[in-house]
Design a protein around this ligand. Structure first.
Ligand code: NAG
Ligand code: NAG
Ligand code: NAG
Ligand code: NAG
Ligand code: FE2
Length: 457
């Protein structure tokens, strides 16, 4: 009798969980299967003109969105090494910012001149033009700054992962670009897949830069490092991890007191975005652990209601590919995410799509046997979106039966859009690449964990 009374709360929790989680949907949509191959080099011509600036991309350059890092490559000469920019409607008031210029070698590859110029003191919610190059090879681009950081500042993010440079990658990017709502991209790691080519052919880093330019030169991408950024190749005497990536993609990590560009945070409109590195140490006492421990208390939900985390290797995902690779990081940090009521965690790595219920597994320890994730209204939703369409193909092997925490999963390529409306509501939609169209295959209204911690339906 006593035992039954003691068990009642446990039974209640279990029944409650069974009742609310429907076991999840495994979508029956099957994409047309054909080999993903990187597009031929000839599909990525450099822009015309001698030493024309190429591979242009922009990245938020400070903590709040009033600075932008303009990055580009000049293939032959170091100069011109500046960007000219002006606010729309003020053409007579042009500004100039000089770039820092770097080059690197990788095995027998020599990079072009890689430029990064940070332009500062920008006005919020303002369109800017910028020009690179000089004379008859001047190229002009534009972007819009986000609105001032604040609890009801709406903002629409695109979310893309594991993109690569195949025909599927092309579709994914085209679909995102054709959506006029997207204002900035959260990229969850694995960019060029150059390392799948002989000697990590770094020409593929250049072609990737040209490939994404049509989007990344016009809106800020928030970068996360994946395993394909490691380029760790001691057999080629290339033993400095992340070398090409760190030369080419700069992030404003010092603005969030980080000591490494591999983990950092930014505020953008009403969102606080924390980027973590699955491939850097995160155990207790490590720099990343210490940083995250002091970073989380800085999040002020009254200023930025939406707390979003980007990490490459997913913590919850029920695909046989890369199964449980994110487990050690989950064990390390999950209780912090629940305590701080993270709204959503985006990960890549697994080349399929999956969304979870709000669940946590923080009561488990190695002696109590409580190893099953349970429903937890303070927990984030975990979204795996490593489905950009790279050369490695689709991860089409889900575990069966689906775990109860899985709400929706599908082995297709695509991208997602997160439309933050105000402090309580954000609409999230995953768009699959279906033949030549982007089709919304999974969507949900997210309820903010701080202002409106009601269950999502
Ligand atoms: C650009 O200008 C240079 C001289 O300044 C000239 O030699 C070159 O042919 C021009 N290129 C193009 C594409 O017009
Ligand atoms: C680098 O070496 C490979 C073979 O090891 C060769 O095919 C390639 O052409 C070389 N590239 C350059 C830029 O020398
Ligand atoms: C393990 O979990 C049980 C039940 O939650 C708890 O009583 C026990 O103290 C935990 N053990 C350790 C070492 O924390
Ligand atoms: C927030 O946005 C949602 C969805 O558009 C809307 O239903 C709700 O009324 C908004 N809340 C406020 C306070 O405007
Ligand atoms: Fe990966």
């Amino acid at each position: 009798m006593d035992a039954i009374i003691l068990l009642l709360p446990v039974l209640f929790v279990l029944l409650n969980f069974v009742e609310v989680c429907n076991g999840g949907i495994t979508s029956s949509f099957v994409r047309k299967l054909y080999a993903s191959e990187d597009m031929p080099l000839s599909d990525f011509p450099p822009p015309p003109g001698y030493n024309a600036p190429e591979q242009v991309h922009i990245t938020q350059g400070d903590l709040v969105g009033r600075a932008m890092i303009i990055s580009w490559v000049t293939p032959l000469l170091r100069h011109p090494d500046y960007v000219v920019y002006w606010a729309a409607g003020s053409k007579h008031k042009k500004h100039k910012a000089h770039s820092s210029v770097e080059t690197y070698r990788f095995y027998n590859y020599s990079s072009g001149h890689i430029h990064h110029a940070t332009i500062k003191n920008l006005a919020f919610d303002t369109r800017y033009f910028y020009e690179l190059g000089a004379g008859n090879v001047t190229r002009r681009f534009s972007f819009r700054t986000p609105s001032k950081v604040g609890p009801d500042a709406p903002y629409t993010f695109g979310i893309i992962g594991d993109l690569g440079q195949t025909h599927d990658s092309y579709q994914t990017l085209e679909h995102y670009v054709s959506n006029p709502k997207g204002q900035g991209v959260l990229f969850v790691g694995d960019l060029s897949y150059a390392d799948n080519h002989p000697n990590h052919d770094n020409v593929r880093w250049d072609t990737f830069g040209r490939f994404i330019e049509k989007c990344a030169a016009y809106q800020s991408w928030t970068w996360t490092a994946g395993n394909h950024e490691l380029d760790f190749a001691p057999e080629l005497e290339e033993d400095v991890p992340f070398k090409p990536y760190l030369h080419r993609y700069h992030v404003p990590y010092k603005a969030s007191q980080s000591t490494s560009p591999l983990w950092y945070s930014i505020k953008r409109a009403s969102a606080y975005i924390i980027v973590l590195s699955s491939y850097s140490a995160y155990g207790k006492y490590t720099p990343q652990y210490a940083w995250l421990e002091s970073e989380l208390p800085k999040v002020n939900r009254a200023e930025t209601p939406w707390l979003i985390v980007l990490v490459h290797s997913p913590w919850y995902n029920s695909n046989n590919y890369h199964y449980m690779e994110g487990e050690t990081m989950r064990v390390q940090f999950e209780s912090w995410f629940v305590k701080n009521k993270v709204d959503v965690v985006f990960a890549g790595h697994v080349h399929a799509y999956e969304r979870t219920e709000r669940i946590s597994n923080i009561n488990y320890n190695i002696t109590n046997g409580m190893s099953a994730p349970v429903k937890d209204p303070s927990a984030p939703i975990y979204i795996t979106i490593g489905d950009g369409g790279n050369v490695e193909g689709i991860a089409d092997s889900f575990t069966e039966p689906p775990p109860r925490y899985s709400a929706f999963r599908e082995a297709s390529f695509g991208h997602a859009v997160l439309e933050i409306k105000n402090r309580t509501h954000a609409h999230y939609a995953w768009h699959r690449n279906q033949d030549n169209n982007a089709v919304v295959a999974d969507d949900v209204w997210l309820h903010n964990r701080y202002y409106y911690p009601e269950e999502e339906v």
